[in-house]
Design a protein around this ligand. Structure first.
Ligand code: PMP
Length: 293
């Protein structure tokens, strides 16, 4: 059994300083814990460099802004703290978690007087899905992505993950690896922690991110594909089209590019397109200087 997350060696950057991992605590009367007033990032470092670190730090700021609070450190300060953390932890290849949350000055729905806190942790994390290259199996999630006027869909806010956890549990309880979520209209949206792509006749199709996160990996994959001359279509995708696609994969900072071999009984075969993009993504992330990507 892996060491629990509260009981590990090493360091966590919290509110401007490095503190021993085990001492990074919050009080039970913390607004974020009761009212989900927290936003976070999931990132990966490759060979000592965090992929798209700046984009993640900026998204953390934007997520907080959408929830009505301000991260009290600049994106540059957060970038620096992340880089120092992985160096201090001697973790050139790791997952990095930054989180910002409302504290314990005020309890109740209103939170304007709460101080905002920030923490950054890093840990070693291999593939998000075991045996990833075999392709994973998705079921249809019992929950749908909410309409953008019912939840702050563009924020990577903790509260939005409630239905992701429920859907993921439903999937694993039923023997699947993950779930694919529809949106409130019944269109295909995404995985529980990753975006989704399909292939038909050499063209990539992916849902328009109008009620879910436009992932940094998603944007990278679209750019990589277009650079290769592959046509990418962002559009509404309905479930009755699923049978017409030959390949399918998920994208995310944790999931990277994960081939899918089944969605609720329909088979997909990871082939040339998935393999090509996987190779391109591996080459890109393992390169020291990713500024051009
Ligand atoms: N959707 C959800 C719900 C996610 O949790 C993630 C992971 N952050 C993504 C999409 C993909 O985003 P990214 O590529 O920026 O990690």
């Amino acid at each position: 059994m892996a060491q629990p997350f509260h009981d590990r060696d090493g360091w966590i950057w919290m509110d401007g300083e490095f503190i021993p991992h085990r001492d990074a605590r919050v009080h039970v009367l913390t607004h974020a814990m009761h009212y989900a007033s927290s936003v976070f990032e999931g990132e990966r470092a490759y060979d000592g460099v965090i992929f798209k670190s700046k984009e993640h730090s900026e998204r953390l700021h934007n997520s907080a802004r959408i929830l009505g609070f301000k991260v009290p450190y600049s994106a540059e300060e957060i970038d620096r703290a992340k880089a120092e953390l992985i160096a201090k932890q001697s973790m050139p290849n790791c997952y990095v978690r930054a989180v910002a949350w409302r504290g314990s000055e005020q309890m109740g729905v209103s939170a304007k007087r709460d101080d905002v806190h920030v923490a950054i942790a890093a840990w070693e994390w291999g593939d998000y899905f075991a045996d990833k290259m075999k392709g994973i199996r998705l079921m249809i999630a019992p929950w749908r992505r909410p309409a953008p006027d019912t939840a702050p869909a563009n924020s990577k806010a903790a509260g939005l993950y409630m239905i992701c956890t429920l859907s993921r549990h439903a999937a694993t309880d039923a023997g699947f690896d993950d779930a694919m979520m529809f949106d409130w209209r019944g269109q295909i949206a995404e995985g529980t922690g990753a975006n989704i792509f399909f292939v038909r006749d050499g063209v990539l199709h992916t849902p328009t991110p109008d009620c879910f996160l436009n992932g940094i990996t998603r944007q990278t994959v679209i750019k990589m594909a277009r650079q290769r001359g592959i046509e990418v279509v962002e559009r509404a995708i309905w479930p009755n089209e699923l049978a017409s696609f030959s390949e399918c994969f998920l994208t995310g900072s944790a999931a990277e590019i994960t081939p899918v071999r089944e969605i609720a009984g329909l088979g997909f075969k990871p082939a040339v397109m998935t393999e090509q993009l996987l190779n391109d993504f591996a080459a890109l992330t393992r390169r020291k200087n990713v500024a051009a990507a």
